[in-house]
Design a protein around this ligand. Structure first.
Ligand SMILES: C[S@@+](CC[C@H](N)C(=O)[O-])C[C@H]1O[C@@H](n2cnc3c(N)ncnc32)[C@H](O)[C@@H]1O
Length: 261
């Protein structure tokens, strides 16, 4: 395909599902802090699959890579410059930046995830920070295990295991579990662990690619089953203990690799 006609990654998907993203997918301050700590002293940073700009370090030199116009348009005034490109072809020279980061984007690079990680490794001289999901853990959460096995199954295909990402990087990596707080403002599918009623909210569903990628009949089935189980008390009988927890391991992982400059 000539380069001018090349499809830019999942950009087209986010051009369809990304329109309300900035509303429900707001930056989680705890995850922001973890990312900042993981980046260490890195100053020049590329954020890949940057979306609307959440988690982009402030007071550092950041450039964003994002294939979707709809997402780029939601970036607030004053956020980092965004280049429309994809992870598998980063428009930078070798080791021209201190660090490369990506937050909840790698599953959208399928099937080019390995190439994307190699690109991150190529352009960054000091640090890689990758926020992703371990599908073995996320698949155990009630929503995926009992109501939405289609997403659990898809996740196993599109989320590389953290240790596989480590192998692709080719260096020792630190893999940290990041617990998802009950009140996180970033309404990822993982945040639903504490909010079964959120499944009934079409806007909340629409800003998760997990729901947005499912056919209408699957979404309708899940909504109707949750509505029934909340109404008849089955959800609370089985999962009511979650209402007393403040945070939960829903599979979120922060992978950090450090290199000598
Ligand atoms: C779930 S959003 C995450 C956005 C942001 N990082 C955040 O945490 O809010 C995933 C982003 O990855 C982008 N994306 C999809 N395919 C991509 C690719 N091949 N390379 C880089 N980014 C991609 C999408 O357009 C979307 O903005």
């Amino acid at each position: 395909m000539p380069s001018s006609k090349r499809q830019v990654g999942d950009g087209p998907r986010y051009n369809q599902i990304g329109s309300g993203y900035a509303l429900n997918r707001r930056e989680d301050p705890n995850l922001y802090e973890t990312i900042i700590n993981s980046l260490g002293a890195s100053d020049s940073i590329v954020n890949i699959g940057a979306g609307t700009g959440s988690y982009e370090p402030r007071n550092r030199n950041v450039v964003a890579i994002e294939p979707s116009d709809v997402m780029i348009r939601q970036r607030p005034f004053g956020s980092a410059i965004a280049i429309k490109a994809t992870a598998d072809q980063l428009p930078f020279h070798d080791k021209s930046l201190d660090a490369a980061m990506t937050v909840l984007s790698i599953h959208h690079w399928h099937p080019d995830q390995k190439k994307g990680i190699e690109e991150m490794r190529r352009v960054a001289s000091q640090k890689l920070v990758i926020v992703t999901i371990d599908p073995r853990v996320s698949g155990r959460m009630w929503l995926l295990a009992d109501y939405l096995p289609e997403v659990a199954e898809l996740d196993h295909q599109i989320f590389p295991l953290p240790e596989v990402i480590g192998d692709w990087i080719g260096a020792t990596v630190k893999i940290e579990t990041h617990l998802v707080k009950r009140d996180t403002p970033d309404w990822t599918l993982m945040s639903f662990w504490a909010h079964p009623d959120r499944v009934l909210d079409p806007h909340a569903r629409a800003s998760t690619s997990g729901f947005a990628r499912q056919p209408k009949h699957v979404v309708e089935r899940v909504v109707s089953n949750i509505e029934r189980d909340l109404h008849n008390g089955d959800w609370d009988r089985k999962y009511g203990h979650l209402r007393h927890l403040n945070e939960f391991d829903a599979g979120l992982r922060v992978i950090t690799a450090s290199f000598d400059a």
